[in-house]
Design a protein around this ligand. Sequence first.
Ligand code: G4P
Length: 290
Amino acid sequence: MAVQWYPGHMNKARRIIKESMSDVDLVIEVMDARIPFSSENPMVAELRQHRPCIKILNKSDLADPAITRTWLQYFEKEQGVKAQALSVLEKSRTKKLPALCRKMLPERGTAVKPIRIMIMGIPNVGKSTLINTLAGKTLAKVGDEPAVTKVVSSAQQRIILEGGIALSDTPGILWPKIENANSSYRLAITGAIKNTAIDYEDIALFAADYLIIAYPSVVLKRYKLKQIPKTGTQLLEDIGRKRGCLRAGGIIDLQRASEILIHEIRSGALGQLSFETPEMIAEETACRLG
Ligand code: G4P
């Protein structure tokens, strides 16, 4: 992975977030709705302990709504967790979040006893966009390294919102789950990790293999194919042919075809797609353990 999550960085992030926790009443964990398992960080449960948590399945505008619903049910089973599908680009819905926070912590939420909130998540899931929308102004984007996280304790580092909400102005940045090879691919496909050590064609091939099985009609329609390719490589070749990605001698330029596929997935040009379901993850996890 090119995002280098050195053990030193991880430990520092964990320590700083842990220190900040004594001044936090509620945690909002932002995840990518297309890959909730891979974009979740198990450390959040350890760090938040008994504190209530809202899990935001963000970028739901890009995810398959039916699969997002199954993930919401999955997460709601966790103790003290409310799960919400959201696109934080949608300001009016996002601004309803403070009301949910007050419902979860009715004993706080006043000017004297505000609900102190920390937003957490891996890079590129939409934490800064969420903070900016709630704050109603654009705050400087923090870096993507856990090390830039700072201890949140002083009032200056909090944004005071209406209705007794105090929001940490910097998110707790955690590292993605990388113990599962499939997760690395899915994080790369969705752009959560942009510059990965995995070859672009490899990422596109993983995506193509998945799409021909999970979303065959989407593939047929988008690339105007008569029949569904049998393999991911065939799909990339079809895309190359259809989009004129040819090198000298009529050889298909698989690198360019791969870039097209990944770009179109990330931009939503293929429609709303999810790359993980709870059942899939249960199977993968069982295989790893078995
Ligand atoms: P972060 O703080 O967690 O690192 O994420 P940030 O808010 O910077 O968001 C990362 C990218 O994701 C941004 O795109 C942002 O506009 C986009 N994004 C955030 N929330 C949503 C959402 O709900 N739906 C969609 N479709 N996109 C969302 P960007 O600035 O163009 O960066 P990039 O795409 O080039 O990384």
